[in-house]
Design a protein around this ligand. Structure first.
Ligand code: FPP
Length: 241
């Protein structure tokens, strides 16, 4: 049976957010080199982007590297930074041709120069696309994002005191990396961990949360469709009756 069968395309999320977790455990379980799971994870990411685009889901936000991930061993940080360069360089043509618009959520100035240049170039190359908006959270932390937003609002307030009366939930959103895009309505986290790990704390307020035991490198199309079928069943009330 085709795995897409019975998927109600009228009830798909508009914005999917994904915490791709479990790469190192996958390496261990499969007797691979410690970091190989990240490389295998990159393949699943490519498939995720492709399926998301094909389904007509408009926004996809993925957690590639958190502000906390700098605390990992130096070789692992370098491995991930190099993998990002590879992803940005090798995939830019295909992403461009498939109508993917790539944005980076996070402080890119602190990245190694080659990673920074590769992601900026990927962003520039795809910035006129509008089929699928792919946001890569890179050197991203939600609390830091909120702190940066507060500073920006105070800067505005210094020259325009009317800003004070404008501050409400929507106004704050304009200063987050996710400005202009709808909040995620579905969050997927793999590998059995059930926490948000400083990811999109403001934006996920009403998202449906989905946790699966599958490790990220095992999260193929079939697992994704299973997750979307689960979303279909959720009854979203947004705090109303
Ligand atoms: C978590 O697994 C994953 C990461 C910290 C990095 C996510 C990166 C990828 C999926 C690689 C491809 C992405 C790009 C954009 C090139 P973990 O290492 O925490 O696994 P563990 O929980 O088993 O230790």
């Amino acid at each position: 049976m085709d795995i897409m069968e019975n998927l109600n395309t009228e009830k798909l999320p508009v914005h999917v957010a994904v915490i791709m977790d479990g790469n190192r455990r996958w390496s261990l379980e499969n007797n691979k080199n410690k970091f190989f799971g990240h490389r295998e994870g990159m393949k699943r990411l490519e498939e995720l982007i492709e399926t998301t685009g094909n389904l007509g889901i408009k926004y996809l936000t993925i957690y590639a590297f958190s502000t906390e991930n700098w605390g990992r061993a130096k070789e692992e940080v370098s491995y991930l930074m190099d993998l990002l360069v590879e992803f940005a360089r090798l995939k830019s043509k295909i992403l461009e041709s498939k109508g993917v618009n790539v944005n980076i959520f996070g402080s890119i100035d602190e990245l190694p120069t080659k990673t920074k240049e590769a992601v900026i170039s990927l962003h520039n190359r795809t910035k006129d696309n509008d089929k699928l908006y792919l946001n890569i959270a890179l050197n991203y932390g939600s609390r830091k994002e909120i702190a940066i937003a507060v500073k920006k609002i105070i800067d505005k307030y210094k020259t325009n005191k009317e800003v004070y009366d404008k501050i409400d939930e929507e106004y704050i959103k304009k200063f987050l990396y996710s400005k202009n895009i709808p909040d995620p309505d579905f969050l997927i986290r793999t590998s059995g961990e059930q926490r948000l790990s400083n990811f999109l704390l403001y934006q996920l307020a009403y998202a449906e949360l989905y946790f699966t035991e599958a490790l990220w490198p095992d999260f193929g199309k079939e697992e994704y469709i299973k997750a979307l079928k689960e979303f279909e069943k959720r009854n979203r009330r947004f705090g109303t009756s």
